[in-house]
Write a protein that binds this ligand. Structure first.
Ligand code: AMP
Ligand code: ZN
Length: 459
């Protein structure tokens, strides 16, 4: 078997082969940094991290690029409404530039909490305005644009297969349209460059051949992915909400600019849901990773919870399932810790593991294999090596994990040292007295082959 991935473009699982082996060029749409990311967003980055680790596990050299959307993402996908960055600025009282910095840093820190590997390139939309202007100019030159009072638009009627990725029913969309199009000709047309409003001073705006303004949201990903990965690269991914608009439009732009569909594989992660609804930032009702940490959960419990579902299946958040994930992860960690030093991994288990990873990243079945391993009668050293092998893709950091030693207060440690000295001096009365005092303080001393160890008394 080889790695099989579900390609949204083909609407089927296909064997994966890089365009230029052993390199794999991977682009993932990053956050819009007008607010904190919620745990739903992080589900998508965890899926992408498992994908990256699986590709590396398969021996590929992954080049991973993630963008930061810090301008141009409007509150409505119909190219109306406010720029999310400008409204975020008003909400927080900080400048758009300040909130971009704040939420970008927070995002990158949370990825570390989740053991998500950092991409090789982070690219910010506002650092690539010239590249985006050049891409819009190219699309214009090829005759795919028109101008309205508020911007330069992509004329989607110029592409025969516009919307193929999402299998959009263009006629149906056009017929059922109730929205006010303004000067937009078709409901699917989208902004490449928006002009700054005359009655309002924007914080983020740039000069362009068409007038002062800012880039549309979709052009940043086409321009930056092509810049860092080439105009036809291996894999483009994001959450499933990107299929009908954002990725559809990225493809339209790439067709106009480079005559490619931008990426050979398009992969999408399904939503995290809360009470049957998509978790979303704009609804205001969202859980942050901190919401879990405040309740005492290790962030990796969330990673474990996410790996319990296939990435293409919707996943419902409940505190009960987070609890279940916490118990399971602790069980796995303690088992692994108790197995001691790794020996040689079990080849039969590894073959099963590889098969499950290659089956479109079937992580629930990989977790099941972990429990088979725990229950097996393989020697501990073999179990340990095999589990650490799995962890290359699971990413729980099992090699580094150790049970937390509870902090023993200094005065208790001093009493224990005094007891030890008394024992060395064969002063049994003092030694016994110290033991009693230590016990009265709620601790006990255990004499181990490595010397005495103090630990809290079990209640
Ligand atoms: P945004 O910051 O809104 O641009 O989204 C960042 C990433 O999170 C994108 O890949 C979205 O598709 C993804 N996303 C948004 N909401 C959810 C959700 N509820 N569950 C999973 N992924 C999501
Ligand atoms: Zn994007």
């Amino acid at each position: 078997m080889t790695l099989h991935l579900f390609d949204t473009y083909a609407r089927q699982e296909r064997p994966f082969a890089p365009l230029e082996p052993p390199k794999v060029r991977l682009y993932a749409c990053g956050p819009t940094v007008y607010n904190y990311q919620h745990i739903g967003n992080y589900r998508t980055y965890i899926f992408e991290d498992v994908l990256r680790r699986a590709l590396e596990y398969c021996g590929y050299e992954v080049h991973h690029v993630v963008n930061i959307t810090d301008v141009g993402h409007l509150t409505s996908d119909a190219d109306t409404g406010e720029d999310k960055m400008e409204s975020g600025s008003r909400r927080t009282g900080m400048t758009a530039w300040e909130i971009a910095e704040l939420y970008t840093r927070d995002f990158q820190q949370k990825l570390e909490w989740l053991n998500v590997l950092a991409p090789h390139v982070w690219c910010r939309a506002t650092d690539h305005i010239d590249d985006q202007i050049a891409a819009v100019a190219q699309i214009e030159e090829k005759g795919y644009t028109y101008r309205t009072v508020d911007g330069i638009y992509f004329d989607t009627s110029r592409l025969d297969d516009y919307g193929y990725l999402a299998r959009l029913d263009i006629a149906g969309l056009q017929g059922g349209q109730r929205v006010d199009l303004g000067e937009k000709r078709k409901v699917t047309d989208f902004a490449l460059w928006k002009f700054s409003p005359e009655d309002e001073q924007r914080q983020m705006e740039w000069d362009s051949p068409w007038g002062k303004g800012f880039p549309g949201w979709h052009i940043e990903c086409t321009a930056m992915s092509a810049k860092y990965l080439g105009s036809h690269f291996d894999i483009h991914c994001g959450g499933e909400d990107h299929i009908p608009v954002h990725h559809t439009n990225e493809i339209a732009q790439a067709q106009a600019c480079y005559d490619t569909r931008l990426a050979e594989f398009w992969l999408h992660g399904a939503f995290l849901q809360l009470d049957g609804e998509k978790m979303s930032k704009s609804s205001g009702d969202f859980l942050r990773l901190e919401s879990l940490v405040e309740k005492g959960y290790d962030p990796l419990v969330y990673r474990f919870f996410c790996l319990g579902a296939r990435y293409r299946a919707k996943l419902s958040f409940t505190w009960e399932s987070i609890d279940g994930a916490a118990t399971a992860l602790n069980r796995l960690r303690s088992a692994a810790h108790g197995w001691g030093e790794p020996g040689a991994a079990d080849e039969a288990c590894i073959a099963q593991f590889k098969e499950r990873v290659e089956d479109d990243l079937n992580m629930p079945r990989v977790l099941a294999l972990c429990w088979d391993l725990v229950a097996s009668d393989l020697p501990d050293a073999v179990k340990k090596a095999t589990l650490l092998h799995f962890d290359q893709v699971m990413g729980f950091g099992l090699a580094e994990w150790a049970p937390q030693e509870e902090e023993i207060p200094a005065e208790i440690q001093a009493m224990a040292a005094k007891r030890q000295q008394a024992r060395t001096d064969k002063d049994w009365a003092v030694a016994d007295q110290m033991r009693d005092e230590i016990a009265a303080a709620g601790y006990e001393v255990e004499d181990t082959p490595d010397g005495p160890r103090v630990r809290p008394l079990k209640s």
